[in-house]
Design a protein around this ligand. Structure first.
Ligand SMILES: NC(=O)c1ccc[n+]([C@@H]2O[C@H](COP(=O)([O-])OP(=O)(O)OC[C@H]3O[C@@H](n4cnc5c(N)ncnc54)[C@H](OP(=O)(O)O)[C@@H]3O)[C@@H](O)[C@H]2O)c1
Length: 290
C-alpha cells in the first residue's frame, strides 16, 4: 500500500483528492494547504466535496512534522512553484518522493529539483503535462513531423477564461516537438517559428490540436481533457512509478515511451529480416512459375 500526501487543494488538487481516496493500492494519509489558509483544520472531504475522510487538512508550514507523523511514501504536488520548491527542499531532506505537477517554474528552479534528488537520493517526477493522452500526443507529433517534413504546421489550443499563461506551456512544448521532429529529418527550423493559436473562453478544461497540412492531404492530432480527473489518472501512474525509486524523471519515463518505441523498431527489424529470408528461399524456378 503506497502512502500518499497531497499538497495543493485548489481546482485540480481537490479533484485529484477524490480519485486518490478511491484507490485500493494507495492510502491518502495527509493533505496540505497554504499556510494560514481557511482550509486548514477542516476535513479533506469538506474541501473536495465528498464524504468525511478523517484527514484533517494542515498548512504547509507544518509539513515536516506532518511527514514525521503520517509517513507518506510519495507527495503529489498541485500548488504553485514557490511553494513546491520550498516543500521539495523539506521533503527531499526527509527522503520522501514527489510527483510535481505544478507548472510555471523558472529554469533555475527546475535545476534545483534535479539537484535535490542527486543530493538526497530521493525521487521526483516532474510532470508539467500529466495527462496520459497529451504525452502520447507529443510523441506522435514528433514522429509525424519528421515524416511529413515538407508540410505546414499549426498548433491550436483552447482553455478556460481564467487560465493565465497564453499560449499554454503544453502548446509551446508541442511546437517544440514539431521543431525537434523537423530537425531530426534534416530540416533547418527556427526556434519559435511554429504558429500557435490560443483561445481563452468559458470553462473549457483543455484542448490541444496539431494540424499538419500538405497540398493534397492533412493530418490532425488532437487531445481534449473532459475533466480534471484526466490529471488524476496521470498522477496515479506517476505515483506507482516513483514508489521506492530514486532519481529525476519525466512523464515519458513513467509511460516508458522510449521502451515502447524501441519495441516497435525491433519488431519492424524482425519483420524486414523475415521478409528477406522468405525472398532468399524463393528459387529462380519458383519465381518463373508465377
Ligand atoms: N501538470 C498538469 O498537467 C497540470 C494540470 C492541472 C494543473 N496543473 C498545475 O497545478 C497547479 C495548481 O492548479 P489549480 O488549477 O489547482 O490551481 P488553483 O486552483 O489556483 O490551486 C492552487 C492551490 O495551491 C495552494 N497553495 C498555495 N500555496 C501553497 C502552499 N505553500 N502549500 C500548499 N498549497 C498551497 C492554494 O491553496 P490555498 O487555497 O490553501 O491557499 C491553491 O488552492 C498549477 O501550477 C497548475 O498549472 C498542472
Amino acid at each position: 500500500m503506497i502512502r500518499v500526501c497531497l499538497v495543493g487543494l485548489g481546482k485540480t488538487g481537490s479533484e485529484v483528492a477524490k480519485v486518490l481516496l478511491a484507490q485500493d493500492s494507495m492510502k491518502l494519509v495527509a493533505a496540505v494547504c497554504s499556510p494560514g489558509s481557511s482550509k486548514s483544520g477542516r476535513d479533506l472531504g469538506e474541501i473536495a466535496g465528498c464524504r468525511d475522510t478523517g484527514i484533517i487538512v494542515e498548512g504547509a508550514d507544518r509539513l515536516e512534522e506532518m511527514v514525521f507523523r503520517t509517513k507518506p511514501d510519495v507527495v503529489v504536488d498541485f500548488s504553485k512553484p514557490e511553494a513546491t520548491i520550498r516543500n521539495a527542499v523539506v521533503l527531499s531532506r526527509m527522503r520522501v518522493n514527489m510527483v510535481v505537477a505544478t507548472t510555471g517554474f523558472s529554469k533555475f528552479s527546475l535545476k534545483r529539483l534535479v539537484v535535490l534528488t542527486k543530493k538526497h537520493h530521493n525521487a521526483i517526477v516532474y510532470a508539467p503535462n500529466i495527462t496520459l493522452g497529451v504525452n502520447v500526443m507529443m510523441l506522435l507529433t514528433n514522429i509525424a513531423s519528421s515524416i511529413l517534413n515538407n508540410y505546414d504546421f499549426q498548433v491550436n489550443e483552447e482553455h478556460h477564461s481564467r487560465k493565465k499563461d497564453i499560449p499554454s506551456g503544453t502548446a509551446l512544448k508541442i511546437a517544440g516537438e514539431i521543431e525537434k521532429g523537423l530537425s531530426a529529418s534534416g530540416i533547418d527550423v527556427l526556434q519559435g517559428s511554429i504558429p500557435i493559436n490560443a483561445v481563452r473562453a468559458g470553462g473549457i478544461v483543455g484542448k490541444h490540436e496539431v494540424i499538419i497540412a500538405g497540398e493534397e492531404d492533412m493530418l490532425e492530432i488532437s487531445h481534449q481533457s473532459f475533466s480534471r480527473k484526466a490529471f488524476a489518472a496521470g498522477a496515479l501512474r506517476a505515483v506507482k512509478f516513483i514508489y521506492r525509486k530514486s532519481g529525476y524523471f519525466e512523464m515519458s519515463d513513467v509511460l516508458n515511451l522510449g521502451g515502447i518505441l524501441a519495441n516497435y523498431v525491433e519488431n519492424d527489424r524482425n519483420r524486414i529480416a523475415k521478409r528477406g529470408l522468405y525472398m532468399n528461399n524463393i528459387s529462380d524456378e519458383q519465381a518463373e512459375t508465377i
